[in-house]
Unconditional design. Structure first.
Length: 159
């Protein structure tokens, strides 16, 4: 086994350069705040994006289909749909499927666009289609507008 550098704790080594030093505390905290916010919104974005995809493919967005595609139990979907309805993103009709409100459609479109940009960028790096699709599903919720713009510029330059 190779000798590992002596650790100084979170992400640093005893010989860490200025480039790898911890950022200012406020800047560091801002990164963690943004990550927590992205984690809170990721699930709602996944649901509304899937609902939009089902509707646009000509299918109904039924609770059973949402559960199957997300790999979760129907009661989990029911609870999330209640939350999304309370947030004004979806509405349901008795004995019918789930529908998106205008706000829900807007979030679904924004999420889909982020996903497509991240996936295309990963593919441009040589990542396989399946892996890029799966990885983009997680990255899309955590990537900043600045990074997305950089991805788009790289793609426009043939990257």
């Amino acid at each position: 086994m190779a000798d590992l550098p002596k650790s100084t704790g979170w992400g640093g080594t005893a010989s860490a350069s200025a480039e790898t030093a911890l950022p200012d505390a406020e800047l560091h905290a801002e990164g963690f705040r943004k990550t927590r916010e992205a984690q809170r919104t990721a699930l709602a974005e996944d649901y509304v994006e899937l609902i939009a995809d089902l509707i646009e493919s000509g299918q109904e967005a039924r609770q059973v289909d949402i559960a199957a595609r997300l790999g979760v139990a129907q009661p989990t979907v029911a609870r999330m749909l209640d939350r999304l309805a309370a947030d004004g993103l979806v509405y349901r009709k008795p004995y019918r499927a789930v529908f998106l409100t205008e706000a829900g459609r807007r979030i679904a479109e924004e999420s889909r666009e982020r996903h497509q940009t991240v996936e295309a960028f990963l593919r441009s790096l040589g990542v396989s289609a399946d892996t890029a699709r799966i990885d983009a599903e997680g990255i899309e919720h955590h990537v900043s507008a600045e990074t997305l713009d950089a991805f788009r510029r790289a793609l426009a330059q043939g990257g």
